[in-house]
Design a protein around this ligand. Structure first.
Ligand SMILES: [Zn+2]
Length: 224
């Protein structure tokens, strides 16, 4: 899952620019297949073209305005994230009192019911991980696409995003949603309203956001 290309770029940027310029140039011309680790020499692509690995067929890189397309997706995801967490998603009945609550409220209720493990899993996969990834992407994309500058600590931000993805975030995210729904059914009723539908839309948007590789973001930042 490691892209040697961006690893090399990360390390070189922390050295003296004059000394590393030549090496940096060479490293930027190499691309490593994330699936089978074959290293290729980068060739210029026409707009909209995509390079694939000869050995395993995995996508290597493409020539497109990736980041300009990713930014509106990230902003839309954050808005839908806010909506899905602002509206009640479940109805809880506690000691005869019926109340509607948001996803976060449901997580808190699970804590109080003694289901801490499920509560933490749901909190991480449905609220904290997606929110962190979206905010980090926004932090990198806003200055890079609008001001054509690199934000402070960009390398760290991109590394953190990559760590999230190595853990297989989409799968965990989807399982988190499933666990939430199944576990909640036992003690609460799901409200088929704004929160539930925007949550479904958010899942689709997150799949699209995560389809853009961190190495593609690096590649485009290199051209600044
Ligand atoms: Zn390959």
């Amino acid at each position: 899952m490691h892209s040697i290309d961006s690893e090399i770029s990360d390390v070189l940027k922390e050295q003296q620019p004059a000394a590393s310029e030549q090496v940096n140039q060479n490293a930027a011309n190499l691309v490593c297949c994330e699936e089978c680790d074959v290293v290729y020499k980068r060739v210029e692509l026409k707009k909209g073209e995509k390079a694939y690995c000869l050995r395993c067929g995995a996508a290597l890189y493409k020539n497109g305005r990736t980041l300009e397309q990713l930014l509106p997706l990230v902003i839309a995801s954050l808005m839908i994230f806010a909506i899905s967490n602002a509206y009640p998603i479940v109805q809880i009945e506690l000691q005869g009192i019926r109340s509607e609550t948001t996803l976060f409220g449901a997580v808190m209720a699970m804590f109080h019911e003694g289901r801490s493990l499920v509560a933490i899993l749901v909190l991480l996969t449905t609220i904290i991980f997606p929110l962190c990834e979206l905010l980090l992407l926004l932090y990198v994309l806003l200055p890079v696409t609008l001001l054509k500058t690199r934000p402070l600590g960009m390398a760290i931000a991109l590394r953190v995003i990559r760590v999230f993805r190595i853990w297989g975030m989409i799968e965990v995210f989807l399982i988190g949603v499933l666990v939430t729904l199944v576990k909640l059914v036992v003690m609460v009723t799901i409200i088929p309203g704004v929160a539930l539908w925007s949550f479904a839309a958010l899942t689709v948007l997150m799949v699209l956001v995560m389809s853009v590789k961190v190495s593609d973001i690096w590649d485009q930042v290199e051209e600044l």
